[in-house]
Design a protein around this ligand. Sequence first.
Ligand code: HEM
Length: 474
Amino acid sequence: MASVPARSFTDVTVQSDRGNPHWTRHPGDAALDAIPGDDGWPIVGTTFRQLGDPIGFGKEMLAKFGPVYRTRSFGRRGVNLIGPDANELVLFDRDKLFSNEQGWGPILNLLFPRGLMLMDHEAHRIDRRALSIAFKPEPMRAYCGQLNEQIARGVEAWSKGAGADGVTQVRFYDLIKTLTLQTAAVSFLGLPLGPEADRLNKAFVDMVQASVAPIRRPLPFTAMGRGVAGRRLMVEYFTQLVRERRERPGQDMFSQFALATREDGSLLAEDVVVDHMIFLMMAAHDTITSSFTTLAWHLATSPEWQDKLRAEALAVTGGPGRALAYEDLGKLELTDLAFKESLRIMPPVPAMPRRALRDFTFRGHFIPAGTGVGISPAAVHADPALWPDPDRFDPLRFTPDKVAARHKYAWVPFGGGAHMCLGLHFATMQTKVLVAQILSRYALEAAPGYAPSWQAWPIPKPRDGLRLSLRRLG
Ligand code: HEM
């Protein structure tokens, strides 16, 4: 299967069937008449209901129509498959029925083309294997050292504005977003913090914002216009950086990508390295920020768990502010459980799109080739039949005996199968370093009765930035 060629930054057809003659054509809305569901309003269909309140809309559809239902968004009908068995069918994809490129491409092709998540089958396998080198123990140990250093410095500065009582009022999401951008400049790109890293970070943030902007054409003064300009800047900068890193590699992820080789021993082409790196930064950034913010919220409102995680971190690192060694990551067992539980309650990737390459039948429903197929980790993670009292934060749901008793695909925040998140160990490592560095210095507190509202889509975040108090310890 051919993947999307590199094309002009402004060629919006890269996102459509017209620009991708090799994509499997939609079978036409009538071909899905037999699937239960809702077409919504004329022209707009269910698009705005789905975007406005994806979780509520999904719950309503599931209750009304059952675990296989159709909707009509962005001009055509598609099908949603809900349940652990549906997750397994689509993610494990034993029969290579589904295309990632054609599922994610219409959303991400203009700004993040040719990332691993947008590749299929053999081409995907080859590049994934090459890039996996960046996540082997040696480079991971180096990133761990950099994360400790950067996060310690950033977190230490949080209490500069503290009052006489040692308390600082913060928007926690914003703090983590900034910190994650700064650590990415160092561990992903090997750049010192400063104006250059800031310029790249701004370009990157513009791209991420544009990827979900309602106006899809890069017109002046639109988010898409800024996103496309950001992409141009990053491509130029990264192309130069590949050459530099090939000559003088550092201990950063970009150097690993620049030197990655395919099975025949050849280096990846420069533009391929650049696209993989830009995609990876996007895949890493908001997901880590979202999941750590969710964890912090649950720790602020479950002080007993916050105390347990603090005690665990102090016991493992040996004291406040001490670095968490790479070798000790596995010892933060309670932190691991708590992180898994926050990923269950608020998965950063709440839904995953695919397109069917061939006809198939699921739970007695015939689904023709070309149909857009969606699965929803958020819906499965909230199913009371799998997770009793699903809104309650209870990390003990992830003890080994409980995990063994559950369907393997009941918990899929990192996806599964060939496209399982490549950065899941990195995300877990960064989370553990954040826990150790933050909880050993501060107590996280929420005002009584405070209940932040969360924006559910495209990546969950608290609308007000999550207002917490940081109380300096010791
Ligand atoms: C809590 C944090 C994260 C979550 C919840 C998460 C979630 C996911 C999910 C669900 C997918 C699969 C999407 C699909 O199959 O359609 C994915 C893919 C991917 N993620 Fe993550 N991610 C996280 C952090 C990261 C980080 C830190 C990195 C890089 C350092 C990363 C790199 C990637 C890459 C490269 C892919 C594409 C893999 C492939 O298609 O082969 N992610 N992630």
